[in-house]
Design a protein around this ligand. Structure first.
Ligand code: SDX
Length: 393
C-alpha cells in the first residue's frame, strides 16, 4: 500500500506535481489544454497546432505555425539502420511490443545529442519524437502486415502523411481522403495529453533521474499498453466483438457488476472523470463521420456500443459508481473503420500522447526544484527479527 502525498514544493514526488499544461475537472467533465477547451481545439485546431500549444503554452501565430510544421517535418525520417530492428521481431509480434523496442532504440541513436540541461536540445529531442512516432508507428504496421515500409512525404500534413505511410503501396497511387485525414488528426488531438495519467507519470519518473528522453518515452509506451489504460481501446473493441449481439448486452452488464467477476466494461469508467469524458462525445461524432465516409453506416458493433451505453447510463450501479464512457469506448470502432487492426489501436494512442509526454517531461526538467522522483510507502511488513539457520526453520 503506497502512501499518497500532498504536494510539497521541496519534494518532487510522482504522487503529485504542479503543472500548467492540462486541467481536468472530473465532476464537470471539463478538459482544458493551456486553458483552451478540448471541444474548441478539436473543432478548430489541427494536431501540430495543439502540439505547439502544449509545448510553448500559447497558440501559434501563422508564421510560427508554419515554422513549427517545417521543423517537425525535418525530423520525420528515421535512421536507415532502424528497419534492421524491425526485422528482428516475429511478424505476429504485437505492434506495441515493437514500439517499446524501437522507440527505446532511438536513445541509442541520439544519446550523444541530448543534453537535457540545454533547452534548445530538449526541444530538438521533443520535435524528433513528435516527428518520428508516425514513421515508426507506420513501420510497425507495415512490418505487421508484411508490406514494404513507406517513407514520409513532407508536403503532406501530419495526419495525411501518417495515413499514407500506413496504407500506400508501391504498386498503386495513394489518394489522401481529406475527411479521413481530418478525422485522424482530430483523434490525435483527443489523445494528446491528459495531465498526470499513469503513462505520463511514468515518463516524469523516468525523466526525473536524467534518463535520455527517448528511453523515457519508451517507458511511457510500456505503461500505456495496459488494458486499464491505453490498451482499453483495443480491449473495448474486443469486448464489443465478444458481446456480438444486442440481446447479449444484459449478460455483460451483469458480469461488470459482479464483484466476483474480474470483467470490467472496457471503455467505461475513469479515475478522474465522474461525469461524461468530453473526449468520448467528440470521438462518437468522429466515428459517425468516418463510418459515413467509408460506407460503413451499418457497422454492427456501433449499434451494440450505442445500446450498451444507453443501458449502462440508466443502470443504478453505473449511476451510483459514476461510470461513463471514456475516450476509449468509441475509438476502436472509429480506428477499425479507418483501416487499422485492433493491435494498432494503442500504438495510435501512443503516437498522439507523445506530445503530452514530452511537454510534461520538459515542464519537469525546467522546474528548478525538480529532484529525482522517489515514491514513498507505508510499510506493512514484518517487524525487525533475527535470521534463523535453516536447521531451525
Ligand atoms: C485511459 O488517467 C487517465 O487520464 C487515463 C486516460 C488518459 O487519457 O491518459 O484517460 C486514458 O486510461 C482511460 C481509461 C481506459 N480504461 C478502461 O476503459 C478500462 C475499464 N475501466 C476500468 O478499468 C476503470 O474504470 C479505470 C481503470 C479506468 C479506473 O479504475 P478506478 O480508478 O478503480 O475506478 P473507480 O475508482 O472510479 O471505480 C469505482 C468503482 C469501483 O468499484 P468499487 O471498488 O467502488 O466497488 O467502479 C468500479 C470499480 O471496480 N468500476 C467498474 C468499471 N470501472 C470502475 N466496474 C465495471 N466496469 C468498469 N469499467
Amino acid at each position: 500500500q503506497t502512501q499518497m502525498f500532498t504536494y510539497d514544493p521541496g519534494f518532487t514526488s510522482t504522487a503529485s506535481c504542479e503543472s500548467s499544461i492540462t486541467y481536468i475537472d472530473g465532476d464537470a467533465g471539463v478538459l482544458l489544454h493551456r486553458g483552451y477547451p478540448i471541444e474548441q481545439l478539436a473543432e478548430h485546431g489541427d494536431f501540430l497546432e495543439v502540439c505547439y500549444l502544449l509545448l510553448y503554452g500559447e497558440l501559434p501565430t501563422k508564421a510560427r505555425k508554419a515554422d513549427f510544421d517545417y521543423r517537425v517535418a525535418r525530423h520525420t525520417m528515421v535512421h536507415e539502420q532502424m528497419p534492421r530492428f524491425f526485422s528482428g521481431f516475429r511478424r505476429d509480434a504485437h505492434p506495441m511490443a515493437v514500439m517499446c523496442g524501437c522507440v527505446g532504440a532511438l536513445s541509442a541513436f541520439y544519446h550523444h545529442s541530448t543534453d537535457i540541461t540545454d533547452p534548445h536540445q530538449r526541444m530538438v529531442a521533443s520535435l524528433r519524437m513528435i516527428a518520428k512516432m508516425p514513421t515508426l508507428a507506420a513501420m510497425a504496421y507495415k512490418y505487421h502486415v508484411g508490406q514494404p515500409f513507406v517513407y514520409p512525404q513532407n508536403d503532406l500534413d501530419y495526419a495525411s502523411n501518417f495515413l499514407r505511410m500506413c496504407f500506400a503501396v508501391p504498386c498503386e497511387d495513394y489518394v489522401v481522403n481529406p475527411v479521413l485525414s481530418r478525422a485522424m488528426d482530430r483523434i490525435f488531438i483527443l489523445h494528446a495529453d491528459h495531465e498526470q495519467n499513469a503513462s505520463t507519470s511514468t515518463v516524469r519518473l523516468a525523466g526525473s533521474s536524467g534518463a535520455n528522453p527517448f528511453a523515457c518515452i519508451a517507458a511511457g509506451i510500456a505503461c500505456l499498453w495496459g488494458p486499464a489504460h491505453g490498451g482499453a481501446n483495443e480491449a473495448a473493441l474486443n469486448m464489443l466483438t465478444e458481446i456480438g449481439t444486442v440481446d447479449r448486452i444484459p449478460e455483460f452488464i451483469a458480469r461488470a457488476k459482479d464483484k466476483n467477476d474480474p470483467f470490467r466494461l472496457m471503455g467505461f469508467g475513469h479515475r478522474v472523470y465522474k461525469n461524461y469524458d468530453p473526449r468520448a462525445r467528440i470521438m462518437q461524432k468522429t466515428m459517425y463521420e468516418v463510418l459515413e465516409a467509408t460506407g460503413q453506416r451499418d457497422e454492427p458493433l456501433m449499434r451494440i456500443a450505442i445500446v450498451l451505453e444507453k443501458i449502462a447510463l440508466n443502470d443504478p450501479y453505473f449511476i451510483e459508481k459514476k461510470l461513463y464512457p471514456n475516450v476509449d469506448f468509441y475509438s476502436g470502432i472509429t480506428l477499425r473503420a479507418l483501416g487499422f487492426p485492433t493491435t494498432m489501436f494503442t500504438v495510435l494512442f501512443a503516437l498522439a500522447r507523445t506530445v503530452g509526454w514530452v511537454a510534461q517531461w520538459n515542464e519537469m526538467i525546467e522546474d528548478p526544484q525538480q529532484r529525482i522522483g522517489r515514491p514513498r510507502q507505508l510499510y506493512i511488513g514484518e517487524p525487525l527479527r533475527d535470521y534463523l539457520p535453516i536447521s531451525k526453520r
